[in-house]
Design a protein around this ligand. Structure first.
Ligand SMILES: *Cc1c(COP(=O)(O)O)cnc(C)c1O
Length: 506
């Protein structure tokens, strides 16, 4: 089946998967969606014997129709190799009566690695296929984890440069350190004075700026996006939903064909949307449970049918979910509107002008989802409880999902086996995790000097090691000893200047 891609706001014109990966965002501001969803028609028992790479290959080749098998195999080989510190790539751990799908064994110890370790290969391969000679400029806004994972993926990849903006003060110390110590001459990291949504809006407006685009083109550059709107990120994420299901089959926890739930800590709606696509392919999924932190705009949306970003932006202990504009939700909205581009465009423009829109709450599509939220206090309590009950340490993002799942189970008595999608290593958020487990630990060594604060983080990591007895990941060892290479801060209005300056075209 030949799958092509069209924009959620477009004129039904379709392009190939490699073109959609190159473009990232559609020229009309919409997101690319597949014109059909391919079927997972293989025998699940047989699939259950395969390894992660083999599953990724089966999923990718269904969606990325214009890539050859050979090309895809090469991309997959480069992506899911010894960079991952677990041979399973994404191991599934049984903890109590749930299963934790650990997506944090890649280079930056968060789930973004699952897609961003393969995107650079898909992208450079796509450029070759389409005779692109321009250098590709990756422009990314990050709430913390995407930035580092994209930097790590693209550093020193020929024919690319990457610029990452993060909200100043809006990411964890370890996240910031991971980014500002990034090596590679083709990388640039900038702290913007604003929140994540401001950064994302700034990046989106650069993508839509025709004048800027033509200036880039004259200098043999073109933009592409590593943000979660790129189908080159969405499609690799579908693989681990299929994979984790099959892991439960192969461990004898479920029978092939039996339905399971997934509970997903959600920000931009990219991760959970991949789960929805897996379900549409035919993976036996009952409910996709969307877990939010205090920024519960998605929870309210699933309750009321109204998406309303007009509210206070709350900085939480799960910063990668501190998001009020969930970009990938547009793809679900498009499906709910029966793939009506005009209607989708209208709703998205309402979001831009009024900050809110409303859809038909009775839509059957919404029945695939459940939603919940976890306050910061509940999140901390969950970390402590899971640790005390099972001697398993989870990060605050995963804890949001864990808490929401427990609430869901209590409210519904739904005992369908559930995979909790585990999105970051606790080491990435050592401060919040240690503090949650043991309030007596002197977690605030943070004096005024930066050095002291970093030292504090180092001590916390030691403390976490003592508590969890899980090996300190290489990514953490690296960051604590690396030099700071990026020291740029800018006002939101100067984001474009930072980019043109880096490219030498201002
Ligand atoms: C990005 C991220 C999320 C949210 O994922 P979305 O695809 O934006 O919904 C959750 N947890 C962690 C650790 C992340 O990095």
């Amino acid at each position: 089946m030949d799958i092509r891609y069209k924009s959620t706001r477009g004129n039904k014109e379709t392009i190939t998967s490699s073109q959609a990966i190159l473009k990232g965002l559609a020229p009309d501001g919409g997101l690319y969606v597949p014109n059909k969803i391919p079927c997972l028609d293989e025998d699940l028992n047989e699939l259950a014997t395969k390894n992660y790479k083999e599953i990724a290959f089966i999923v990718l080749r269904k969606f990325l129709s214009d890539f050859t098998d050979e090309e895809l195999k090469k991309c997959i080989e480069h992506a899911y190799d010894s960079k991952f510190d677990d041979e399973k790539i994404a191991p599934v751990k049984e903890v109590g009566d749930s299963f934790y799908l650990e997506l944090f064994h890649g280079k930056t110890i968060a789930f973004k690695d699952m897609a961003l370790s393969i995107l650079p290969y898909l992208l450079t391969c796509a450029a070759k296929k389409n005779d692109i000679t321009n250098e590709i400029i990756i422009l990314t806004a990050t709430s913390g984890d995407t930035g580092k994972a994209a930097l790590a993926g693209f550093a020193d990849v020929k024919g690319t440069k990457i610029v990452v903006f993060y909200p100043k003060g809006g990411v964890s110390k370890i996240q910031e350190l991971q980014m500002v110590t990034q090596k590679g001459d083709n990388t640039k990291v900038v702290a913007s004075i604003g929140n994540f949504d401001d950064c994302q809006t700034g990046v989106k407006s650069m993508f839509n700026d025709e004048e800027l685009k033509s200036r880039l083109d004259k200098n043999n550059y073109q933009f592409s996006s590593a943000n979660s709107i790129n189908i080159g990120r969405l499609v690799p994420q579908i693989a681990y939903y299929v994979w984790s299901y099959l892991q439960l089959v192969s461990k004898g926890k479920i029978k092939a064909g039996e339905k399971i739930n997934f509970c997903v800590p959600t920000g931009n709606f990219g991760n959970i949307l991949a789960g929805y696509y897996a379900k549409l392919m035919g993976l036996p999924v009952n409910k996709l449970i969307c877990a939010s932190n205090d920024n519960k705009v998605l929870y309210d949306f699933f309750q009321s049918g109204t998406y309303d970003k007009n509210r206070e932006f709350i900085l939480t202990t799960s910063p990668s979910m501190d998001i009020l504009i969930s970009s990938n939700l547009e793809r679900l909205i498009y499906t709910i509107q029966n793939e009506d581009e005009e209607k989708t465009k209208e709703l998205m423009s309402e979001l831009q002008t009024k900050g809110s829109y409303q859809i038909d709450k009775e839509s059957n599509i919404l029945k695939n989802f459940e939603a919940g939220f976890s306050t910061q206090e509940e999140t901390a309590t969950t970390i402590k409880e899971v640790y005390e009950k099972y001697n398993y340490v989870i990060d605050p993002h995963t804890a949001v999902a864990s808490c929401v799942y427990e609430k869901y189970k209590k409210a519904t008595n739904d005992n369908t086996p559930c995979v909790i999608v585990s999105t970051a290593s606790p080491y990435k958020f050592a401060r919040s995790v240690v503090h949650a487990i043991d309030k007596n630990v002197n977690h605030c060594v943070c004096a005024t000097s930066k050095d002291k604060e970093y030292l504090g983080d180092f001590e916390l990591i030691e403390e976490l090691y003592k508590l969890s007895n899980v090996k300190i990941p290489q990514a953490i060892e690296d960051v604590l000893h690396a030099d700071i290479r990026h020291n740029n801060t800018c006002e939101l209005k100067d984001m474009e200047k930072e980019v043109t300056n880096f490219l030498g075209i201002d």
